[in-house]
Ligand binder design. Structure first.
Ligand code: SF4
Ligand code: SF4
Length: 253
């Protein structure tokens, strides 16, 4: 409505249209900051006025609440993210909140150049967060599906302690070379091709590619139980390639 009514609003904002505010993924927010945006504004339909049954605006709210806690955890000012709900007919309200947000972000200054967090550190922390997005979404899936009716409950949905713990205890997955029987199930099921291995080769996980979805842990047959979860300690390095071949008993004889 703001455009149709020719209403003026901040020229510093770049609009990205999505079919529903629920489409705004955690990754989108941190990608925007990684790409140099100083602030992110999410606009959605009024809560409980969804035209469909999906109520995606609650998803957007939860993603924003989670993102704000993550931002605080890595040393960013959470005020750089805002979520507001309004109807498509409220063009005046849209211009008002966008202008206010724009002013607020301007007052905070460019991201990575002020008091908050040093630019290089910010870069590496944002990269760490983005890598953990699938894991964070799995761990927090129940809370991300909440429908909080009372704004007073917003602050308590995700806590700073909970987010600190989530990052501190983020699990890694490791394949025990003494247990792996090269059945190849985990390699086929890994969604990001992070597992290397062949028919008679002990499988190994590329920790840089792994998104910690836990699928390999779940699908490794219990009789092998070769995949383990590691938390709070370094993951052992993968065994050298020349030591990965499995010699089956039948072939030995
Ligand atoms: S946890 Fe396992 S299945 Fe999931 S991405 Fe990592 S290696 Fe692949
Ligand atoms: S599913 Fe288990 S036994 Fe099979 S290749 Fe993967 S780690 Fe090895």
């Amino acid at each position: 409505m703001a455009g149709v009514s020719r209403l003026q609003y901040s020229t510093e904002i770049r609009l990205i249209r999505v079919m529903c505010s629920g489409r705004v993924d955690l990754e989108f927010i941190f990608r925007a900051f990684s790409n140099g945006m100083d602030g992110v504004f999410i606009g959605g339909c009024r809560l409980n006025e969804c035209n469909y049954i999906t109520q995606g605006n609650y998803d957007a709210l939860n993603v924003a609440l989670l993102s704000k806690k993550i931002m605080a955890h890595i040393g960013m000012n959470p005020e750089r993210l805002s979520v507001e709900f309004m109807s498509s007919g409220e063009g005046n309200l849209f211009t008002e909140v966008v202008d206010d947000f724009s002013k607020k972000v301007k007052a905070l200054g460019p991201l990575g150049k002020g008091k908050e967090i040093d630019e290089d550190e910010l870069k590496s922390k944002l990269a760490e967060v983005r890598k953990l997005v699938p894991y964070i979404k799995i761990v927090e899936r129940k809370k991300l599906a909440s429908r909080l009716e009372n704004p007073e409950e917003y602050e308590g949905l995700f806590t700073s302690d909970g987010i600190d713990k989530l990052f501190r205890e983020a699990v890694s997955y490791y394949i025990d070379p003494d247990k792996c029987q090269a059945c190849m199930i985990c390699r086929k099921r890994c969604p990001v091709e992070a597992i290397a291995g062949g028919k008679s080769q002990i499988h190994v996980i590329d920790q840089d590619k792994c998104i910690k979805c836990g699928t390999c842990y779940e699908v490794c047959p219990p009789r092998f139980a070769a995949v383990s979860q590691i938390s709070g300690e370094p993951v052992p390095p993968p065994i050298p390639e020349e030591q990965r071949t499995i010699v089956r008993k039948s072939k030995k004889t």
